[in-house]
Design a protein around this ligand. Structure first.
Ligand SMILES: NC(=O)c1ccc[n+]([C@@H]2O[C@H](COP(=O)([O-])OP(=O)(O)OC[C@H]3O[C@@H](n4cnc5c(N)ncnc54)[C@H](O)[C@@H]3O)[C@@H](O)[C@H]2O)c1
Ligand SMILES: *[C@@H]1O[C@H](CO)[C@@H](O)[C@H](O)[C@H]1NC(C)=O
Length: 294
């Protein structure tokens, strides 16, 4: 199994012990009775949102049922995936078979960050050619939003982050960012994306999309049990406010298709891969995440 470190793994709060990770690719070791869509040896990506979300899902109960034990002690799993582990057990509905030639260490990103960002642009916001977009936060997910905007022919992408290592060319403004943005765009952007997971930037992202025709999408996962209060006038003038998990993709059919698009070089994942580490160095991976170097 190959896994990516997504910042959602880092935001998870107790109960412990838990095996984290939900962005992965691996090879089927064995299949249970009655399983028809995968067989031993197949390459697969575990699905964050099982295909039939309405029937069966672990999102509202991310630590769910117990399927791991260590020296007779039960260990919680995470959204039914728990890929920081050599082996994992998953429901047939929650894995998708992918191209046998696909490089697992790259396509694992299709299991979460890439698809979330890319789909939020092309499928959720449905960004239009020639439009202007703003992306708040340039981690793996935010960069994937940028890739989706680019592929859809967006004319201008304004990307914001507080980590200056994220930019080859960036400006540091003295004025408040919302004032700068309104001046830059004649009243606001057509599409804005919050890809950080902070309530203040969720509000900024909404405010910054155009008041009569803008669409703002929340991708960031907010801090546990915090609520946002907002003035409904912001929506009455015509803004659209949306949110999505996994870029709005139906996973079992979309994941293999995205892998096929990757294999056909429709997009590259290289820009999203900053380090490849062996499993024993997992804590170094988290240190890199915390220092903003991944
Ligand atoms: N909706 C979904 O299905 C889904 C899936 C995956 C991740 N997420 C969430 O998306 C968010 C982003 O994930 P990621 O893996 O890209 O995270 P990341 O930590 O790699 O990136 C976040 C970026 O935001 C920047 N940032 C932090 N505070 C900021 C501020 N005040 N202003 C501007 N920039 C700021 C950081 O410097 C960093 O570059 C997280 O909240 C994550 O939980 C949601
Ligand atoms: C936040 O919103 C939830 C869902 O509507 C509600 O149950 C909860 O009481 C709210 N919490 C606070 C602190 O307002």
């Amino acid at each position: 199994m190959v896994a990516g470190i997504c910042s959602t793994d880092d935001q998870v709060v107790t109960p412990l012990p838990v095996i984290l990770s939900h962005e992965a690719a691996g090879i089927v070791e064995s299949a249970g009775e009655g399983v028809t869509t995968v067989k031993p040896g197949d390459k697969v990506i575990p699905l964050l949102i099982p295909h039939n979300y309405c029937l069966k899902n672990d999102v509202s109960n991310p630590r769910g049922t117990l399927r791991f034990t260590c020296r007779v002690k039960s260990i919680h799993h995470f959204v039914g995936i728990s890929s920081f582990s050599q082996y994992a057990v998953g429901d047939e509905n929650a894995v998708a078979k992918i191209d046998a030639a696909s490089p697992l260490e790259k396509v694992c990103l299709i299991g979460c960050e890439f698809s979330t960002g890319y789909g939020s642009a092309v499928k959720v916001a449905k960004v239009t050619p020639g439009s202007t977009c703003a992306v708040f936060g340039l981690g793996g997910v935010g960069l994937s939003v940028v890739m989706g905007c680019k592929s859809a022919g967006v004319a201008r992408i304004i990307a914001m982050d507080i980590n200056k290592d994220k930019f080859a060319k960036a400006k540091n403004y003295k004025k408040p960012i919302l004032v700068v943005l309104k001046e830059m765009t004649d009243g606001g952007v057509d599409f804005s994306f919050e890809v950080i997971g902070r309530l203040d930037t969720m509000m900024a992202s909404l405010l910054y999309c155009h008041e009569t025709c803008g669409t703002s999408v929340i991708l960031g996962v907010p801090p546990d049990s915090q609520n946002l209060s907002m003035n409904p006038m912001l929506l009455l003038t015509g803004r659209t406010w949306k949110g999505a998990i996994f870029g709005g993709f139906k996973s079992k059919e979309s994941v293999p298709r995205l892998v096929a698009d990757f294999m056909a070089k429709t997009f590259s994942l290289d820009a999203l891969i900053t380090n490849v580490l062996p499993f024993e160095k997992i804590n170094e991976g988290f240190d890199l995440l915390h220092s903003g170097k991944r």
